[in-house]
Every structure is written in structure tokens, then in C-alpha cells.
Design a protein around this ligand. Structure first.
Ligand code: 2P0
Length: 335
């Protein structure tokens, strides 16, 4: 009998939320309290190879060349078990994953990671799923991964059904729609964060007195952001994204105990962005669950802004990104 090779490799890009996801209404099914909008990034990605075999007796995971154990391995194993829910026989797998950026530093490594794992894992199992099905499954691994399945500009619709079958991402515009839109990721620290997004958002929902106020503003932010994207209105996009990020951080700052992802370097860059704007160079900042500041700008101003932030000695590195494509399968395996 010829044994079918149950192996596949996928690449998924990370994404940056322009209207953020922060808080779950159901943490088993990973259902969010609010819809979110993101841009998929061309230059931050994760490549993952998954191989299932009857001969394996456990899951084996390597991330960026290092064997992963504990919680990290458990999350991946749980996800691969989920992908096999409808299979008659459960198999273990070898998984190797490489990202071209530091993980757990607020650069959405779980987004590209779980999107690539879902695409490679389902393909290795012989399943050919739709983008909607892939988005729903990726969401179960990490909420923001639901958005990394798609390219360009994406909305993750929160949905309302109890089983989560209507909580998935859809494309607003494809990546070629707005190639001039640029993002400068400033790397301030590559240390792993102390409070994970998952723990942070749960604490925020439970204890921040501002959480309901945050939710009250989301629908309007999502609508305006979709308009800004479709009409390529940079000013509107930047204003909504910056304000939305600050509102999210205000809910984090007011939890008990407080969650402060900002470092002093983060604040310096945010102030530099405001200064550049006062001087007539239009740019806006956004921040996620980590100290890195991401600057949104137009291609024509990229060099000016890049040289200004490079001058700040607290910036360790910068990565330039533009709208990127959807998650895809590739022929070259990592092992
Ligand atoms: C976002 N973040 O919309 C928001 C903004 C961080 C700040 O999605 O628990 O890693 O796996 O669903 O997706 C990071 O949270 O959390 C995130 P889980 P996830 O991009």
C-alpha cells in the first residue's frame, strides 16, 4: 500500500489592527466582544510545515529552531486536535515554524502563526477549506489569526451566533488597492511581554471601568475605517486608527492591577509622530499589546519619517511594511 504523505507548508502574513480587537465574549470559542479592522502586512510573516503520521507518538514543535514545550506546545497540540475533529483517526504531527520577526513582542506573532498552522495543518490532513472556514478555524487558535488568512484590508465580523459560525474575517479591499499606504514598525524591545494579550484582555473586560465605553465607540470606528480604506482617505484612516489605539490602551491602563505595555521609548516615538504632524508631515501611530510603535504614513513621506525615527537612539530596529497578501501554501518544506 502506498502511504500518502500528510505534509504541507504555508506562509501567512501578520496583520496590524486599525480598529482593535480587545476582549472576548466566549473564550472557549474565541468570540470577540467587538468587530475589528486590519491591514495584512507584506513584510512580517510566519512559515510553518506540518507533517502528520501514524508513526508519531506525540506532537513535536520547533519554533525558530528551538524545541517548544509547556503552554506553547499545548496550544498548538490543542489546535491540531481541533483540525482533526472530523477525522476518524487522530494522528500526531511534527511542526516547524519560522517567523521573520520577534515573537510575543506585540507584533502579532500568534496571528501569522495560527493562520499558517491552520492552512498547513488542514492541507496536510487532505482538507481543502474555503477562506471563511480557514478564518473560523484560525480564530480558534488566536483571535487575530482569523484576519491573517486574508490579504489586503480585512474586517473580522464579531458575529452573534452562539456557535461562532458567523464570526470570521472578510476582505474589505485587496492588497493592490492602496500600495502607497505604509507602516514603519519601530522595534524598541524584543523582550517577551509580561502580560499576554489573552490574560490582558480578560483582565480588562473584568476590571476596567472604561470597557463598556470602549465598546460603545467601536461600531462607528469600524464604519469610518471601512470608508477611509475604500476611499483611500489617509487622514481619516490615521485619525481613527490612532484614537482607537489610545482608547484601547486607556482600558488597559485602568485595569486592576494596571497593564502598561508602553516603555519610555514608546512615548518618545508617539511624541515624535505628533511633532512630525505639527511640522506638516502627516503620520499617525498605533500600538498593540507590546512596546513597539507602528507609524502609519504615505509612501511619499516614508524616507523623511524613517530618518527622523532612526535618529532616536532608543529605536533598535525598524521594519517597513505595506499591504500584504493572503495566507498561501508553498511547495518548499522546512524539513
Ligand atoms: C488586535 N491584539 O486587534 C489586538 C490589539 C492586541 C492588541 O489581537 O487571545 O493574540 O489569541 O485571541 O489575537 C492580540 O490578541 O489574542 C490582538 P487571543 P491575540 O490585533
Amino acid at each position: 500500500m502506498v502511504m500518502m504523505l500528510m505534509k504541507a507548508t504555508a506562509i501567512a502574513n501578520s496583520n496590524i489592527a486599525l480598529v482593535k480587537y480587545w476582549g472576548k465574549r466566549n473564550s472557549d470559542l474565541m468570540l470577540p466582544h467587538n468587530s475589528s479592522v486590519s491591514m495584512t502586512l507584506d513584510n512580517l510573516n510566519t512559515m510553518t510545515t506540518v507533517e502528520f503520521s501514524e508513526n508519531f507518538s506525540e506532537y513535536e514543535l520547533k519554533i525558530n529552531g528551538k524545541t517548544a514545550k509547556g503552554e506553547e506546545l499545548k496550544r498548538v497540540a490543542t489546535h491540531l486536535d481541533l483540525l482533526q475533529d472530523s477525522s476518524p483517526q487522530k494522528r500526531f504531527a511534527k511542526i516547524m515554524s519560522e517567523s521573520n520577526f520577534p515573537k510575543k513582542a506585540g507584533l502579532a506573532s500568534s496571528a501569522s502563526g495560527f493562520a499558517a498552522l491552520t492552512l498547513a495543518g488542514t492541507k496536510a490532513l487532505g482538507q481543502n477549506l474555503t477562506l471563511k472556514e480557514l478564518s473560523i478555524l484560525s480564530r480558534r487558535g488566536s483571535g487575530s489569526a482569523s484576519r491573517s488568512i486574508l490579504g489586503g484590508f480585512v474586517e473580522w465580523i464579531k458575529g452573534s451566533l452562539l456557535d461562532g459560525s458567523d464570526s470570521h474575517a472578510i476582505q474589505i479591499e485587496e492588497e493592490g488597492h492602496w500600495p502607497e499606504l505604509s507602516m514603519i514598525v519601530t522595534i524598541i524591545s524584543t523582550e517577551e511581554k509580561k502580560v499576554s494579550s489573552r490574560a490582558g484582555m480578560s483582565q480588562t473586560v473584568k476590571t476596567s471601568p472604561f470597557y463598556d465605553a470602549w465598546l460603545d465607540t467601536i461600531e462607528s470606528d469600524v464604519e469610518k475605517m471601512k470608508q477611509a480604506i475604500t476611499k483611500k482617505n489617509f487622514t481619516l484612516l490615521g485619525k481613527i486608527a490612532e484614537n482607537n489605539a489610545l482608547k484601547m490602551h486607556a482600558t488597559m491602563h485602568t485595569t486592576i492591577p494596571p497593564i502598561l505595555y508602553w516603555e519610555s521609548g514608546s512615548l518618545s516615538i508617539m511624541k515624535e509622530v505628533l511633532k512630525l504632524r505639527e511640522e506638516g508631515t502627516e503620520c499617525y501611530f498605533t500600538m498593540d499589546a507590546g512596546p513597539q510603535v507602528k507609524i502609519l504614513c504615505q509612501q511619499k513621506d516614508l524616507e523623511t519619517i524613517k530618518s527622523r525615527v532612526t535618529e532616536l537612539d532608543l529605536v533598535k530596529d525598524i521594519i517597513i511594511c505595506h499591504p500584504g497578501g493572503e495566507a498561501r501554501l508553498i511547495e518548499d518544506h522546512l524539513f
